[in-house]
Design a protein around this ligand. Structure first.
Ligand SMILES: NC(=O)c1ccc[n+]([C@@H]2O[C@H](COP(=O)([O-])OP(=O)(O)OC[C@H]3O[C@@H](n4cnc5c(N)ncnc54)[C@H](O)[C@@H]3O)[C@@H](O)[C@H]2O)c1
Length: 374
């Protein structure tokens, strides 16, 4: 039984729905009780996951809940390429076959890919089933499970078909992160740095504090996420995200700040190919370029960049973009702009924890920032 003292709660209140995020190391031990309490009666539970997460954690979780819940399981293939309309059809078939009703519950158990795809299916089937996000990666715990964005990719364009659909509950167990491969830890840490730079620098200080216990260790990232101090980082990031979602559910204002590093990051992802660079790595490089833009606009100082580069090295984050891709990255930003009807916005730091939105930064300035990081 997880220590209930250690279970924390974030309440998210939006115009569409109010819900709770329950956070606690080992909270998965109590998952049966949590579900029965929130979803009493004979509702069906549609447990959607991928093959990797199913093998590592899913089977154990299903065992815990199958005694008291009518559970149907769908195991999807693993990978960003399955965030697609054909996967969506598979999920709809699964719902049809099992006569899903609007008060039945979908549990999206996995990283952001499962959360986004199963979330979109839950939002659209029968005009909306109940939805539980049960995130198992850093990105999904601190970001994608909170705030209701659900989407699939289409014709190579990321998240182009999507909707807003707030979940009914989020269950967040940092213990599940212990099995992540190192590249997935690195992937998630880029997003955490974003929260630290834009919203709360104490997050970065805590990371440094944990890492400095053993900075030379090859296993330092694994050690960091198993450290109890890391739970506080997950909590802080999730709270920042939920506060922002409460203020700007539909991403028309302050929620834009979460896109810090993403405009260039998305372009890098696109040019290098999703298989060759993770989202978090691309965003980390995008953050470096954004800091350079901020320096060239006279806001931040070179010393900030230097400090950031030192942190990146400790976190094994990438620090260089290949120079032959610079032109293609600028073009990709341009393409993105067309798709979003010219609304490309840059989030720039005036100083640490003080972001502004700038529309239409000069292309030469963007290119210079990319070249600076080659
Ligand atoms: N909806 C949003 O607001 C939002 C925000 C950020 C990102 N996203 C989306 O999230 C996706 C990226 O999410 P992600 O980084 O979680 O990727 P992911 O879902 O692909 O997971 C990364 C890898 O980790 C594996 N994995 C998951 N949990 C594991 C565990 N506990 N132990 C071992 N392996 C595990 C997965 O099988 C996968 O191979 C992208 O599609 C992105 O567009 C959405």
């Amino acid at each position: 039984m997880a220590d209930k003292q250690k279970r924390r709660k974030i309440s998210v209140s939006t115009a569409s729905r109010s819900y709770k995020m329950l956070i606690g190391r080992g909270i998965s031990d109590d998952v049966e009780g949590i579900l029965v309490e929130l979803f009493p009666g004979s509702r069906k539970i549609f447990f959607i996951t991928n093959n990797k997460v199913f093998d590592i954690h899913g089977k154990k979780i299903i065992k815990k809940i199958e005694k008291s819940c009518n559970i149907k399981t769908l195991v999807l293939p693993d990978g960003e390429e399955y965030k697609s309309n054909s996967t969506l059809s598979k999920i709809y078939d699964f719902f049809m076959k099992n006569h899903a009703h609007r008060d039945d519950v979908v549990i999206a158990f996995g990283g952001g890919v499962i959360g986004d795809t199963a979330g979109f299916a839950a939002a659209t089937f029968n005009r909306g089933l109940e939805l539980v996000h049960y995130p198992t990666t850093i990105i999904s715990q601190v970001d994608s499970s909170i705030g209701g964005k659900a989407a699939i990719n289409f014709r190579g364009v990321k998240n182009i078909i999507g909707c807003f659909y707030q979940p009914h509950l989020i269950i967040c167990d940092p213990d599940l992160l212990n099995t992540l491969e190192e590249k997935e830890l690195i992937n998630g840490l880029g997003e955490i740095i974003k929260y630290g730079l834009v919203f709360d620098y104490k997050i970065i200080e805590s990371i440094k504090e944990i890492l400095n216990e053993n900075p030379e260790s090859e296993e330092r990232l694994k050690n960091m996420i198993t450290d109890e101090k890391f739970d506080e980082i997950i909590f802080k990031c999730s709270k920042i995200k939920s506060d922002i979602v409460e203020k700007d559910e539909f991403d028309t204002g302050i929620r834009n700040y979460l896109n810090f590093g993403h405009t260039i990051g998305h372009a890098i992802e696109k040019v290098l190919g999703f298989k060759n660079i993770s989202h978090g790595q691309a965003v980390s490089l995008g953050i470096l370029c954004s800091v350079d833009i901020s320096i060239s606009l006279g806001f931040m100082k070179d010393s900030h960049k230097k400090e950031l580069l030192n942190l990146y090295k400790l976190l094994k984050l990438p620090v260089r973009i290949s120079s032959e891709n610079a032109d293609a990255i600028v073009k990709a930003i341009h393409f993105d702009k067309k798709i979003t009807e010219g609304r490309t916005k840059f989030i720039i730091l005036k100083k640490i924890n003080d972001a502004i939105v700038i529309n239409g930064i000069d292309e030469a300035v963007i290119k210079k920032s990319i070249i600076k990081n080659t």
